[in-house]
Design a protein around this ligand. Structure first.
Ligand code: B12
Length: 214
């Protein structure tokens, strides 16, 4: 059996090659992707964040850990996607707001939603309000998911919500927000419809908003 703590270590230390090898080895041992992500990979990124905050590591290490995490997720995401139903139970446009380049959490939310049967249109990172408005209109989205990881970019979520209102689309789409600095209180303050703390609760929030139950 693969020692999964080594995967935690590989991501923490930003060792992309080891992270990939250990992810593949864990899959060969029939370990559930969700367990790898929730119990080892996300926890490693949490520790990376703490060390960065305490100035024990710096941007290059942050970047390397992010790359290792993404490389492992690239292996796991197609598997999570295929576990879903074939027909879509709703359409979700998702993206990271302007000024913000963090996409690991947003990608995870997107693949969990896909795995649960939603059609997801991921418009990417650093997206301005016009792009969100265009995508919601073009895809006739049921839900818009906004992600922000920086305290400096989270206020932009309100800019997006205001832009949807100005475009006459606010009543046509439910808005769910998330990202490390976001709280349920902030979500209601800016007029979002829902909030998810993790990728799992993002799915629950989206289902609740669409009246789909658990
Ligand atoms: C990896 C990382 C990076 C990588 C990003 C790589 C990438 N492709 O995403 C790089 C190196 C590029 C980076 C850069 C920077 N970063 Co950074 N980064 C992180 C780190 C360590 C981990 C983030 C992560 O991927 N977490 C793992 C994922 C799975 O968790 P998550 O993103 O929170 O997502 C989950 C939930 O939040 C939720 N969720 C997320 N999105 C959504 C959306 C919806 C709709 C819903 C419902 C839920 C939801 O579900 C997800 C899954 O469970 C965090 C530390 C932390 N604790 O968050 C710092 C952190 C976010 N970064 C920080 C900083 C300061 C920066 C820089 C400014 C550093 C610099 N000086 O250059 C730059 C800014 C670049 C920019 N303009 O965006 C600070 C932010 C501080 C603050 N108060 O704003 C943090 C908190 C580190 C710290 N402790 O100081 N970073």
């Amino acid at each position: 059996m693969t020692d999964l703590n080594l995967l935690y270590e590989a991501i923490l230390k930003g060792k992309q090659k080891s992270a990939v090898e250990l992810t593949n080895a864990a899959l060969a041992d029939n370990v559930e992707p969700k367990l790898l992500i929730d119990e080892y990979m996300i926890k490693a990124m949490g520790e990376v964040g703490l060390r960065f905050e305490n100035q024990e590591i710096f941007v290059p290490e942050l970047l390397m850990a992010g790359r290792a995490m993404k490389a492992s997720l690239n292996i796991l995401q197609p598997i999570m996607k295929n576990s879903g139903q074939k027909t879509s139970i709703g359409k979700v446009v998702i993206g990271t707001v302007k000024g913000d380049l963090h996409d690991i959490g947003k990608n995870l939310v997107a693949s969990m939603l896909e795995g649960c049967g939603f059609e997801v249109i991921d418009i990417g990172i650093d997206m301005d309000s016009e792009k969100f408005v265009e995508a919601v209109r073009e895809h006739n989205a049921d839900v818009l998911g906004l992600s922000a990881l920086l305290t400096t970019t989270m206020p932009y979520m309100k800019t997006v919500i205001d832009a949807l209102r100005d475009a006459g689309l606010r009543d046509k789409v439910k808005i769910v927000v998330g990202g490390a600095p976001i709280s349920a209180g902030f979500a209601s303050e800016i007029g979002a419809d829902g909030y998810g703390e993790t990728a799992n609760s993002a799915v629950t929030a989206v289902k609740n908003l669409l009246g789909l139950g658990k």
